[in-house]
Design a protein around this ligand. Structure first.
Ligand SMILES: O=C(O)CCC(=O)C(=O)O
Ligand SMILES: [Fe+2]
Length: 382
């Protein structure tokens, strides 16, 4: 295909052949950023009200730069005499922010940096190699793609991604990319470490909800057996790649959404881009090298009967630096029903969400455009 066919002119009258043009967009933004454009193609231009605000042309759109201190949880302190204080901080973060950063989490630095590095090398492979994993099938164990849902999105997002399922590991592993050659080895180490950290965090979160968890008086009913379910639960890894964008103030790397699971463990490089909504404003999460951003997902909001809130977040892009993030999404097994924990509902605080399961979510996600917290809204009883 001749790229000149989609070269963007001054007035953004770009399309000579809509079919060729859409084929080009389907190849993703890495391809686009390497081949065309001094201006952003129309397909990526978001309505004014949804663009990153406060940015002028050519600037990196750092909205509301750093006037928020996102809670930082020192994971090592959870094991010490400060545990009850840290649990309070955790509860506060999950109730009021839906998000916190974890430092001293115990995952070796070479495991996190190798995952970032091999993710980056995957996106450096020739397109023909990456293309092998392109599919619109949401149930596929591995999926390479662009935007959010490239067969449905009317406006595209400036992101390419690689998603791979991780549970059960031995069944999933043979489907993962075989190139770069060390991809599987490094990703397995990362998957195991993040799963362990997720379970430790959930143990603390269950305790912070007032559900007994001490070794001597743990009761199955109290925590509704949730920790056991999570041990055998689903894990999805998403590597996001955001190349430099010619007009970042007009687009988004990822539109506002909440994650579906219990928690997402997000590893980001040193380039800013993640924003969370806090008190109706978009706030940039300052990367802390080696730390994880932890997002409360919809399933934890449901389990806690609305006490902990899933966080609305999005990614913005910039004109100079590529950015990578790796999200690890965790939940119960795909066949398990998710419902408010009975211990957290009372006559005066009745159940706020109806039963839901993964199948319903996947159905929803593949049939409609993601809009904010719409899925969760559709599960609300009151
Ligand atoms: O890249 C980011 O910072 C956000 C990624 C994200 O929200 C996701 O993968 O669900
Ligand atoms: Fe997300």
């Amino acid at each position: 295909m001749s790229l000149s066919m989609v070269r963007v002119d001054e007035n953004r009258k770009e399309e000579e052949d809509p079919l060729l043009e859409s084929q080009l967009y389907q190849k993703g933004v890495k391809h686009l950023s390497e081949n065309v454009v001094a201006k952003l193609p129309k397909k990526y231009i978001w309505p004014v009200s949804e663009r990153p605000n406060n940015a002028t042309k050519g600037e990196v759109p750092y909205t509301f730069k750093s006037n928020l201190n996102l809670p930082i949880i020192d994971f090592a302190e959870l094991e010490g005499s400060n545990r009850s204080q840290i649990l309070k901080a955790l509860a506060n973060a999950c109730e009021h922010y839906g998000c916190f950063q974890v430092v001293n989490h115990g995952i070796p630095c070479d495991v996190t940096s190798s995952m970032m590095d091999v993710g980056k090398r995957f996106f450096e492979l020739p397109f023909e190699e990456r293309e092998k994993y392109m599919t619109s099938n949401m149930h596929s164990p591995v999926r390479y793609g662009t935007s959010f849902n490239q067969s449905k999105d009317r406006v595209f997002s400036w992101r390419d991604f690689l998603k791979f399922m991780c549970h059960p590991l031995s069944d999933m592993l043979p489907h993962w990319p075989s190139s770069p050659m060390d991809f599987r080895k490094l990703a397995v180490a990362y998957v195991n470490e993040t799963k362990h950290l997720f379970l430790m965090l959930m143990e603390a979160i269950v305790e912070s909800l007032g559900l007994a968890i001490t070794n001597n008086n743990i009761t199955r009913q109290d925590n509704d057996n949730i920790l056991e379910e999570l041990k055998d639960g689903s894990q999805l890894m998403v590597v996001n790649f955001y190349p430099p964008c010619p007009e970042p103030h007009l687009t988004l790397g990822m539109p506002p959404h909440s994650d579906y699971g219990f928690l997402t463990l997000l590893l980001q490089d040193e380039v800013e881009g993640l924003q969370i909504q806090f008190q109706e404003k978009w706030v940039t999460v300052q990367p802390i090298p080696g730390s994880f951003v932890i997002n409360v997902g919809d399933h934890l909001e449901i389990f806690s009967n609305g006490r902990y809130k899933s966080v609305l977040h999005r990614a913005i892009v910039n004109s100079t630096r590529p950015r990578i993030s790796v999200a690890s999404l965790h939940s119960v097994p795909v066949t398990t029903t998710i419902r408010p924990c009975p211990k957290l509902t009372t006559e005066t605080n009745p159940r706020r969400y109806m039963d839901t399961d993964f199948a319903t979510f996947l159905e929803y996600a593949s049939s409609s455009e993601p809009k904010k917290k719409n899925f969760l809204e559709s599960r609300k009883l009151i």
